[in-house]
Design a protein around this ligand. Structure first.
Ligand SMILES: *Cc1c(COP(=O)(O)O)cnc(C)c1O
Length: 382
């Protein structure tokens, strides 16, 4: 069993993907070829925004978003510590300070009610993460941001395709950023990413920044980066769009089925009990990761591995417990993030996960939790 089954996806889409790649080889415009614009047009329409700018990766999208907003040394950007390092990294790279605000314990997304207390005269942006494929509480976040005149950047690397009050993730704030890393809900065959905005000036800035700040050839109007997405990778994403709506529907079904099958295990006594991610009623999740909370994670992971079920941990430490980010926060801050990092475990998830494999995952997890009790490592059920 694969953690993310990219092979089955390629098999299903082989004619489209091969033809898309061959077309690029035939025309030879490897940089900024016609597939780049074609993809941007398709994705802007899907996301319900005016502009899509493809870039070299999700990380680059976040970096370019901050640069387009003029974030600089000494500025503060509010974000979650319970995320992939890229979110905090791009803030620190610009000499700005990531200000970590804790998460909601049941969704693992930024707790919007804690943001206002973290705003200072140096705050320049709020960067929520739509973790595991579910959008953060964007209405509440946008409201706080508007009250303080701050832009909001959604890190939608794991949530592209998800909806919030019927609107698309990526199109819910000043700028939305996503990633086409192969294992993300919409992946390419290497690195790629995109940013989304309705703001003409920010879109223009992002387009210039991704090509070394050029407003015209060899006219460098601003400091930029080498941040374009390859034409070949755009061709791969275009081909994958052919089945993306089906994949999203499958991901939602598989997520709902996991929730249904695992629900009985949440009724076990605390020490053995499983926890599930809550999906709020006004949104859905595309399950960029299908993540659960488990006790004694090392033991459970080892048992699943022995049963042939691959798992992963997203993420074993909150950013403020990583050496590189320790200076930005006190060790005891963000207790919900610390608690989540100790318990989260992600299960196999992809649109091509079969019911048989999913049943095997659930059975292995039930057996592993059962074994914890028999071990005497945790009190037995009453
Ligand atoms: C994957 C990911 C990124 C970075 O995307 P890359 O394309 O790998 O650079 C950023 N933030 C989150 C939450 C991610 O999951």
């Amino acid at each position: 069993m694969q953690f993310t089954d990219l092979k089955a996806q390629y098999t299903a889409l082989k004619p489209q993907i091969d033809a898309g790649i061959q077309a690029v080889l035939d025309h030879g415009q490897y940089i900024m070829g016609p597939e780049v614009k074609a993809l941007e047009t398709r994705l802007a329409a899907r996301t319900g925004v005016k502009h899509c700018v493809t870039v070299a990766s999700g990380t680059e999208a976040l970096l370019i978003a901050l640069m387009a907003l003029g974030i600089k040394a000494g500025d503060e950007v509010i974000t979650s510590p319970f995320t992939f390092a890229a979110t905090g990294e791009v803030i620190a790279l610009l000499g700005a300070r990531p200000v970590f605000v804790d998460i909601e314990p049941d969704t693992c997304n930024l707790d919007a009610t804690l943001i206002e207390a973290a705003i200072t005269p140096r705050t320049r942006a709020i960067m929520p993460v739509s973790l595991y494929g579910q959008v953060a509480d964007m209405d509440a976040i946008n409201t706080v941001a508007a009250r303080h005149g701050l832009p909001v950047i959604e890190d939608a690397a794991q949530s592209y395709g998800a909806t919030y009050q019927g609107k698309a993730s990526g199109g819910l704030s000043t700028i939305g950023c996503t990633s086409f890393f192969p294992s993300k809900p919409l992946g390419c065959y290497g690195d790629g990413g995109a940013l989304f905005t309705d703001d003409d000036a920010l879109a223009q800035a992002a387009r210039e920044i991704r090509v070394h700040g050029q407003s015209a050839r060899y006219t460098h109007t601003r400091i930029g980066v080498g941040g374009r997405m390859d034409t070949l990778q755009c061709a791969v994403v275009l081909a994958k769009l052919e089945r993306f709506d089906w994949e999203l529907a499958r991901r939602r079904e598989i997520g709902a089925r996991y929730h249904r099958l695992l629900a009985p295990l949440t009724a076990l006594p605390n020490e053995r009990g499983l926890g599930l991610i809550t999906v709020r009623p006004d949104r859905d999740s595309v399950w960029g990761q299908y993540t659960v909370f488990v006790p004694q994670r090392d033991k459970v992971q080892a048992a699943l591995q022995a049963a042939g079920v691959p798992t992963a941990v997203h993420y074993p430490k909150p950013l403020h417990h990583q050496a590189a980010y320790a200076e930005f926060c006190c060790p005891d801050c963000c207790p919900n993030s610390i608690a989540a990092a100790a318990r989260v475990m992600s299960l196999p998830m992809s649109a091509d996960l079969s019911e048989e494999d999913q049943d095997a995952v659930v059975a292995a997890l039930a057996a592993a939790l059962d074994a914890l009790a028999r071990d005497g490592a945790a009190p037995a059920a009453p």
